[in-house]
Design a protein around this ligand. Structure first.
Ligand code: PLP
Length: 220
């Protein structure tokens, strides 16, 4: 089994390789190491190898393991990539440096209130239901312009658009569509791409890729 440093170098190398033909700079792509389900023993080697941006999908799980890890490494940034319930907004605002799952007016209201109370504005990506899937979170495509206007009417910094394409299909058309929606709506950040498709996402303009398995191995 390769070690964490080797896997990290591989993923970073792949990102740099895909940046080249797209005439992009690797520094413009933030690699988020998705550490959900993994404990400190798996996370620490990646921190020691230089990784500083991590992603979690559940508030409670992140609360359990990150405060101790961050005490030793205060320069770590933590991103929430999973769906967020409005009643967890305060906890999320206290713990995370970026939120990728802002997708509805009720959550916007809860986050704006929590950020105001905490005196801390956490940049948010608006998640788009890019495949129009009934069971998936994300703002509907037709509702996006109106929702973006609502976000822009708050002090919350708009980080960009985020998507999770439908499983078991080619991701590229969905990434290209998200990039078009961002351009049409004057948004610059694009959170897209996971272990199986982050190279494609980088080619199509991803500014943030969320990579778990390729860095940590399978979640079992
Ligand atoms: C788990 C997860 C990822 C990472 O998935 P891998 O396939 O392990 O890279 C990315 N984004 C979200 C929203 C996730 O929940």
């Amino acid at each position: 089994m390769e070690n964490a440093a080797t896997r990290l170098a591989e993923v970073r190398g792949n990102i740099a390789r895909m940046c080249k033909p797209a005439r992009r700079s690797p520094e413009d792509v933030t690699l988020i190491a998705v550490s959900k389900t993994h404990g400190p023993e798996a996370i620490t080697p990646l921190i020691e190898a230089g990784q500083r941006v991590f992603g979690e999908n559940r508030v409670q799980e992140a609360q359990g393991k990150w405060p101790a890890l961050r005490e030793a490494h205060p320069d770590i940034a933590l991103h929430l990539i999973g769906q967020l319930q409005s009643n967890k907004a305060e906890e999320a605002v206290a713990l995370f440096d970026m939120i990728h799952s802002l997708d509805r007016p009720s959550l916007l209201t809860a986050l704006a209130k929590a950020m105001d109370k905490a005196g801390r504005q956490v940049p948010c990506f608006v998640q788009v239901n890019i495949g129009d899937e009934a069971q998936k979170g994300g703002c509907g495509i037709a509702d996006l312009p109106k929702f973006l206007a609502e976000v822009r009417a708050t002090p919350i910094p708009l980080a960009g658009l985020m998507c999770i394409p439908p499983a078991d299909t080619e991701a590229a058309p969905f990434f290209a569509f998200l990039a078009k929606l961002a351009a049409d709506n004057g948004v610059t950040g694009l959170s897209m791409g996971m272990s199986g498709d982050y190279e494609t996402a980088v080619q199509l303009g991803a500014t943030h890729v969320r990579v778990g398995t390729a860095l940590f191995g399978s979640r079992g």
